[in-house]
Design a protein around this ligand. Sequence first.
Ligand SMILES: NC(=O)c1ccc[n+]([C@@H]2O[C@H](COP(=O)([O-])OP(=O)(O)OC[C@H]3O[C@@H](n4cnc5c(N)ncnc54)[C@H](O)[C@@H]3O)[C@@H](O)[C@H]2O)c1
Length: 430
Amino acid sequence: MSIKIKRKNKGYSQNEVASLLGIPLRTYKRIELTEGNKRSYKHELIEAKIDALPKNSVRRNIKKETICVVGAGNVGYPLGILLAERNRVFFLDSNEEKIQNINRGVSLIDGYQLSSNTLKVKASSDLKTLNYCDSIVICLPTEYEEKIKRFNTSKIEEYISYISNNNPNATVVIKSTVPIGFTKKMAKQFANLEIIFAPEFLREDHGFEDSQYPDRLIFGVKRVNLKNKRMALVFENITNNASKTTFMSYEEAEAVKLFSNSFLAMRIAYMNEIDSFALKNNLDAEKIIKGMCQDSRIGDFYNNPSFGFGGHCFPKDTKQLSSSLKDSKLINAIVESNVSRTKTIAKQIMKKCNKDSTVGFYKVKNKNSASMDVAGLLFNKGYNVIFFEDGNEESFDIFIKKSDFIIANRIDERISKYKEKVFTRDLFLR
Ligand SMILES: NC(=O)c1ccc[n+]([C@@H]2O[C@H](COP(=O)([O-])OP(=O)(O)OC[C@H]3O[C@@H](n4cnc5c(N)ncnc54)[C@H](O)[C@@H]3O)[C@@H](O)[C@H]2O)c1
């Protein structure tokens, strides 16, 4: 039996097999094409790997949907591209550069090759796109605003209002993280719409992988009906594993999202508390954490100390939950622990270098990172702070020469050569 037939029998597209086996789509296509000419060890290898793949049995044959994904970002882009394998997908975004790239067939994610189906996906900023879709998936940002002590959901509200006026038959799926109670309020205000809250759990930079292999699919609904059951099938069809789908109320689904992220943030904060304790008392944090994590109920994973939890989601989601649960000392403590962690790290750095030194921050990554908070504290104390994100050898050498002291939240091969001047709490190098 040919590789192509084996792949089809297992229920995978070429793009899916290429990404599962971690090879470029081009290479995979060539292997299928050349099999008939001359079989080599490469064909044997790929065939064995396809044999080892589980059957892609979760796919169901359902009618193509016309879907508009609003917000082609970390969440919306991979989701839209995967949905486009079996549906007609449009992106609606306010970023002109993204729109142009999508329309030119350029993948927004380095290294992800678009298949023939997904190359056809189009994008625009024209609201009218929403008028002709069966379903609309909202993946807009919801930043936490200190002033109102809540996520800013105004963009989502504007879109839902527009859909209610112009395409009330559409099913609206909110993927953005929202405060508990938000979807119920929307469903009440726009009672002519079928609204679903389906939280997204992907890790940053793992959008495609996590959308294809989710641990669970959660659907917050007013009541289970044919429309939302059908929508669940559409989402199940982009997954490659038999992920568990659960229907629940809006508030329960919103709580799953915020409590999950706060739990993960708490685990990071807990490991950081151990590390801060060890630093203050001159103890070996690595030994304490390893010893603790040998307990199988705790587990030896997700336990590497850092300068604090950062990124797009954990800081804002913990703040939102803490604001909703004002009386919960535990949830509030997660936010506070992260603030005191950055102060502890800044103090440690200040102990090690004098004010005339230049402190170089290696790979800060995004403005919400904990390293950036540490850098801010040092800068306010009058330290000379410089940054290096990514660049060629020449700019890296300049950074190394200029920095008397280097701060790296995570150690990689490049910076590991300068150990003697690096400060890190990356104990397990992962
Ligand atoms: N990043 C993650 O890993 C992650 C994981 C789970 C959930 N979430 C949640 O998902 C939501 C989206 O997050 P993200 O990381 O994809 O955000 P993002 O910033 O990467 O993407 C948002 C996209 O929306 C577009 N946009 C902004 N305003 C718009 C408007 N008015 N009209 C049309 N397009 C507009 C932006 O141009 C951008 O392409 C947030 O609520 C976030 O909390 C994010």
